[in-house]
Design a protein. Structure first.
Length: 527
């Protein structure tokens, strides 16, 4: 069977310099799903980048309304094709049709597209600044090249390279996109790209505003993110691959935004466990095992005091892990990664108290796993004991004193989230006051009395964090308009003739609703 065509330079065509092909697998059975997908060579990436550069220049003269209309039309088409799209995703990922895909993830995806479109239309995200006395003006604008989006395995829609948050953000900021599908769900990405193509043809955007490659070899991926004509790249996935791409882009001076790993520590203060141990155990267990633990916000580290309340709580949590059944994993690489992480933690002194084994047979499953380690041991070798397993694997760190809880927090790497449960009567407030400043520097989103799973798409959401959770602590991949600013450059204009300025920097407000800073004050008025 011939390979599915790639979408490059405004045409669906066979891949060039074919490096091979691959199949998607049904994770429930381990069987191949019919359909060959090409591994593109350097020629495809080169043509896509050059076509993206031309499209980027063409898009600089387009009204943001054109991009917004495309995103809105695309969202509507996804809704109309949702049953077919979801059926493909079920086959390729093993995720539940309901409620996960049809009632949760596809609605989130179209909401993101529409939110990005609304911000593009309103234009305040561009942060226009006008100094009328000096006649100097500045604004956030497009990068002048395509954005290469490397999608993850766990969100076939909301983070898909051809539809998800990075895709929407890059386009809403005025940039073309080169989508690099994840090999665990190429068919879902193909159907999304075909849907985007249908919207593109009636949008007024350049035909190369959306391009699709299914897979590339490592060296070709490095060349893609470091190409002189690429605008920027984004990557969501495992740490080794993300850091390798980041290193290549950094050497070339090219922007890249990576989300690589996070163990999302949950710290349980003593008063909280004395007040509501059972409720917290139930809530935390559900969070640890949600979606078989295949969430970037899964609680991989649990820190608590090893006193009577802490010991009782941990036994309760252990019992819940022991009584649970394994969830469906996305693929073999996820299962193998879980095994590797558990082996490394065990070698560093952690004890497996529940689970720890793969489920033999068809498909890919693994026992829900809980480990424990004394804080004193963790503090001796913290690095191997805080690696993301990307599955239902959590490590309990039991501290002998409150001082050890604070010391553990100091040794944490950068994470997407950090949660603290504390007593409602204020008995934990003094400890919280010492802990929070430490944890604040270690996480992007700080939570109180709440598990970290569940990311609400709101303008205030922060889905980012210090390295190595992401490559830069100043950005978020969720929430508009903030997510769009990753894919923008700061453009300055010094005594440029009024008719040559972007509409957003001319004296008259182009929409009447756009916020601009004029002579030191934010206003919707004219200059």
């Amino acid at each position: 069977m011939s390979e599915f065509p790639v979408l490059v330079n405004g045409t669906w065509r066979p891949a060039l310099e074919l490096r091979g092909s691959f199949h998607a697998l049904d994770p429930a059975t381990g069987e191949e799903i019919p359909g060959d997908y090409p591994i593109s060579g350097a020629a495809d990436a080169e043509e896509a980048v050059r076509a993206g550069r031309k499209a980027a220049l063409d898009m600089m003269s387009l009204s943001p309304d054109v991009v917004a209309a495309f995103l809105e039309d695309y969202a509507a088409l996804i809704e109309g094709r949702a049953p077919r799209l979801a059926a493909m995703a079920v086959r390729e990922t093993g995720l539940a049709l309901e409620p996960r895909l049809l009632s949760v993830e596809i609605p989130r995806t179209v909401f993101q597209l529409r939110q990005a479109a609304a911000c593009a239309r309103e234009r305040s995200w561009r942060r226009a600044v006008i100094d009328t006395k000096a006649d100097i003006r500045s604004i956030l604008g497009p990068l002048g090249g395509a954005v290469a989006v490397f999608g993850p395995n766990n969100f076939p829609f909301a983070y898909n390279a051809a539809a998800g948050t990075d895709f929407a953000s890059a386009l809403a900021a005025g940039n073309p996109v080169i989508a690099k599908a994840h090999p665990l769900h190429p068919g879902t990405t193909r159907l999304l790209a075909e849907t985007a193509w249908d919207a593109l043809l009636r949008s007024g955007l350049p035909r190369s505003a959306v391009q699709l490659l299914y897979h590339v070899g490592p060296d070709d991926g490095f060349r893609l993110v470091s190409h002189p004509l690429i605008g920027a790249s984004s990557f969501t996935g495992g740490r080794p691959g993300g850091l390798a791409l980041k290193a290549a882009a950094d050497r070339a001076g090219k922007p890249i935004y990576v989300e690589t790993s996070s163990v999302n520590p949950v710290v349980l203060l003593p008063g909280a466990l004395r007040a509501s141990s059972g409720e917290i155990a139930a809530e935390l267990f559900a969070s640890c095992t949600l979606g078989a633990g295949q969430f970037c916000t899964q609680p991989g580290v649990i820190v608590l005091l090893d006193d009577a309340a802490g010991g009782s709580f941990f036994e309760d949590l252990k019992a819940r892990f022991l009584a649970s059944g394994p969830g469906q994993l996305l693929g073999k690489t996820v299962r193998d990664g879980m095994e590797s992480a558990i082996e490394a933690m065990s070698a560093a002194g952690a004890e497996i108290v529940a689970g720890g084994r793969r489920i033999e047979g068809s498909g890919f499953r693994f026992e829900n796993t809980l480990l424990r380690v004394p804080a004193s041991r963790f503090l001796k070798t913290p690095e191997p004991l805080q690696q993301e397993a990307f599955g239902a694997v959590s490590l309990g760190i039991l501290a002998a004193t409150e001082a050890e809880i604070l010391a553990v927090a100091e040794e944490l790497e950068g994470n997407l989230t950090g949660s603290v449960y504390s007593a409602p009567d204020g008995s934990d407030d003094a400890l919280y006051a010492r802990l929070a400043p430490i944890l604040r520097t270690k996480v992007g989103r700080l939570l109180n009395d709440k598990v970290p799973t569940g990311v609400t798409v709101t303008a205030a959401m922060v889905h980012g964090g210090p390295f190595p959770a992401t490559g830069h602590p100043g950005f978020t991949s969720v929430g508009y308009p903030a997510a769009m600013t990753r894919f923008a450059a700061l453009h300055g204009y010094d005594r440029v003739r009024p008719e040559r300025l972007p509409a957003e920097l001319r004296d008259k407000n182009p929409t009447g609703a756009m916020w601009r800073m004029i002579d030191g004050g934010w206003t919707r008025g004219d200059a």
